[in-house]
Design a protein. Structure first.
Length: 426
């Protein structure tokens, strides 16, 4: 009888701790999961000179080895259902002169599975004193998962080879491989005033693709952008991107958890940079409205502006367009103006607002709450969310009070300072 009682006690205790962990705000973990594999000072790293060149087309299974350093020259396509495998600890340097870019085409795979103590690094080929955002292109993955464009297929506007530049389909379970314990630094080349590559572009990528523990730093456009597709994303780090940290469009169905965007007031695009930019389509005329609109479920997210009381070019943390479903829960947002901005016509009725939920949040040092483009003060929005029992706590705290160790010059720990966040909740 004693054994059964003890077992029941441990089950109840385990359930309690699991529920407490799930309700905790911001990024979570029993330890600081950003240790070892991330790098917040990539300009200080001295990478080996390239010993091998990657160029042209990879049309058969290929493996990149840690003992070599690779230079990515021009646009490199993985085609013909081939698999590109990359050993933990391998360094691939994007060529600045030819805009080195890696494109994993529809049906091909990338298996880039680093380990915590030996991540895979994609970075600039410039000397460390010369590196800057946009030195090279970035990584593009084209899959077969659904998108909501007319015809169910589409191409990216990045001047790619027409016969290889297509994504979309009917397979939500599509598998384009693995990116895990990977860093992408100084990507996002600007091709023209209207064409900018991202750190990681995921187009029609399916949910069997594993995307976890990825840090994108100093991208010259978005860090992570999803064009449609169906994905589970976790443990993502976006640091000092120039445009948006997480951008979703074309009917993307995304669960994103335990992820962080760290912004700096002067690493932002003058046109407006956000942590989340969420919409359902580029142009309504090109969209099949009978298909799924974008739906984002974001939980245990931390969005932080590094310099308090200095908005610089940083604007709202979240921007949502019409016909989009967005849920943000169990999260911490600190240092934005305002917290959320909704496209003007969203605030005109409860049907639109019901697509957007904000629950169990700490909103710290934000100049404004949930607002609309049509008016900085919208009573209908304020009334709707105040009646939803959203549990949004608006606070005025220093980052050092809110987070465990928000010192980017050392080994930062942006998990919540439990003493203060527990006090806020009581």
């Amino acid at each position: 009888m004693k054994t059964k009682t003890t077992l029941a006690f441990f089950i109840v205790l385990s359930t309690f701790f699991l529920q407490a962990q799930q309700q905790a705000k911001g990024i979570i973990g029993t330890t600081n999961w950003m240790n070892n594999w991330t790098n917040f000072k990539p300009a200080a790293n001295e990478y080996n000179e390239a010993t091998n060149i990657i160029a042209g087309t990879i049309d058969k299974d290929t493996k990149l080895l840690k003992r070599n350093t690779y230079q990515l020259v021009g646009v490199v396509y993985v085609t013909n259902n081939a698999t590109l495998t990359i050993e933990p600890g391998t360094v691939i340097r994007g060529d600045d002169k030819t805009c080195g870019t890696l494109v994993v085409t529809n049906g091909a795979k990338i298996m880039a599975e680093g380990i915590e103590t030996d991540p895979i690094v994609f970075t600039s080929n410039r000397e460390k004193t010369e590196r800057k955002p946009g030195d090279w292109g970035g990584i593009i993955i084209l899959g077969k998962a659904p998108i909501n464009n007319l015809g169910g297929l589409h191409t990216l506007p990045f001047d790619l080879e027409p016969m290889l530049n297509h994504y979309g389909g009917q397979d939500a379970e599509d598998n384009s491989g693995v990116l895990k314990y990977v860093r992408i630094e100084y990507a996002g080349r600007k091709l023209s005033s209207l064409k900018e590559l991202n750190g990681l572009s995921l187009a029609g990528v399916g949910r069997k693709t594993v995307l976890s523990n990825i840090q994108i730093s100093f991208s010259n456009d978005d860090s992570f952008e999803c064009y449609g597709g169906d994905l589970n994303l976790n443990n993502l780090v976006s640091y000092r991107t120039t445009d948006d940290d997480f951008d979703f469009t074309q009917g993307a169905q995304i669960n994103i958890s335990n992820s962080i965007a760290i912004r700096h007031p002067f690493s932002s695009d003058i046109s407006g940079s956000r942590c989340f930019e969420v919409d359902s389509y580029d142009k309504i005329g090109n969209t099949d409205m009978s298909k799924k609109m974008t739906k984002i479920n974001a939980t245990n997210i931390t969005l932080v502006n590094l310099e308090e009381n200095n908005q610089g070019l940083v604007r709202e943390s979240v921007y949502v367009r019409e016909n989009t479903f967005f849920n943000l829960s169990n999260s911490i947002i600190s240092g934005f103006m305002p917290f959320v901005l909704l496209e003007g016509n969203i605030g005109n009725g409860e049907v639109n607002l019901a697509k957007l939920t904000f629950k169990n949040l700490i909103v710290n040092n934000c100049n404004g709450g949930i607002t609309s483009e049509s008016s900085s003060s919208n009573p209908a929005i304020e009334s709707f969310y105040s009646n939803q029992n959203s549990d949004i706590q608006y606070t005025k705290m220093k980052n050092t009070e809110l987070f465990a160790i928000p010192n980017i010059k050392g080994s930062p720990d942006f998990r919540a300072n439990q003493n203060n966040t527990l006090a806020i909740g009581n």
